[in-house]
Design a protein around this ligand. Structure first.
Ligand code: AP5
Length: 219
């Protein structure tokens, strides 16, 4: 397998976080989730974290300039030299254009943009049942992906929590924001022949298999 530079597209709750950890582990590349970077900054209580919270708690996207500085810094770290998997970035056309320019300046290119496709009614149920380990970013679902011990992380045993933005009204706001600002990215990558669409309504194992199969021709 050559150098992989992947990104995952999909509505809130489509399974990006679940799949990104699996794909990245298999490929030996770092999974970079802008949602996770944001949640860490909020948990640390930094000035930037306080600014992020104003947006995330309403289900709104954080302004592009705040995200871009954070992502470019992360992509410049040494573990990204042999590839990376972006989860939740880009989310807007300016973010996609900035990523493209950043890669071009370094004579790099994306391998593929994988879009996980799931209908809205499934997404609301997935968000409602999601449980999350703040220190590792591992995600569970009370019904579809339960931890071995209820309420505890499988690896560390720490307590799982519910995300603040998983309340139903915030999930609906996130879906609207997606439709307005992010949905068009499928076309952005389709015209560049980078879009790989995968049906995300299946078990996490089956979705992982579908993604691996869909990536075989390009990886
Ligand atoms: P972010 O953390 O990226 O949230 P999101 O895109 O809304 O995605 P989620 O994390 O909700 O879902 P997911 O697709 O990762 O699904 P998961 O695998 O967890 O962003 C949060 C906020 O940060 C945004 O609202 C925004 O404010 C801000 N932000 C982040 N990036 C930004 C950017 N680039 N620009 C501006 N603002 C940004 O799965 C969901 C649930 O379903 C889990 O419980 C899981 O166990 C379960 N599940 C997963 N797969 C399956 C399956 N196949 N079958 C059954 N259940 C499943």
């Amino acid at each position: 397998m050559g150098e992989l530079r992947l990104l995952l597209l999909g509505k809130p709750g489509a399974g990006k976080g679940t799949q990104s950890l699996r794909i990245a582990a298999r490929a030996g590349i770092p999974a970079i989730s802008t949602g996770e970077l944001i949640r860490c900054a909020i948990a640390e209580g930094t000035e930037l974290g306080r600014r992020f919270k104003d947006y995330t708690e309403k289900g709104k996207l954080v302004p592009d300039e705040l995200i871009l500085a954070m992502v470019e810094e992360r992509l410049s770290e040494s573990d990204c030299q042999r590839g990376f998997l972006l989860d939740g970035f880009p989310r807007t056309k300016p973010q996609a254009e900035a990523l493209e320019a950043w890669l071009q300046e370094r004579a790099m290119a994306l391998t593929a943009a994988v879009s996980i496709v799931v209908p809205d009614h499934v997404l609301v149920e997935r968000a409602a049942g999601r449980r999350y380990s703040p220190s590792s970013g591992r995600t569970y679902h009370v019904k579809y992906a339960p931890p071995q011990v209820s309420g505890k992380d499988d690896v560390t045993g720490e307590d799982l929590i519910q995300r603040d933005d998983d309340r139903e009204e915030v999930v609906r706001a996130r879906l609207e924001e997606y439709q307005k600002k992010t949905a068009m990215l499928a076309d952005f990558y389709r015209v560049r022949s980078l879009l790989v669409e995968v049906d995300g309504v299946a078990s996490p194992e089956d979705v992982e298999r579908r993604i691996a199969e869909a990536l075989q021709p390009v990886s």
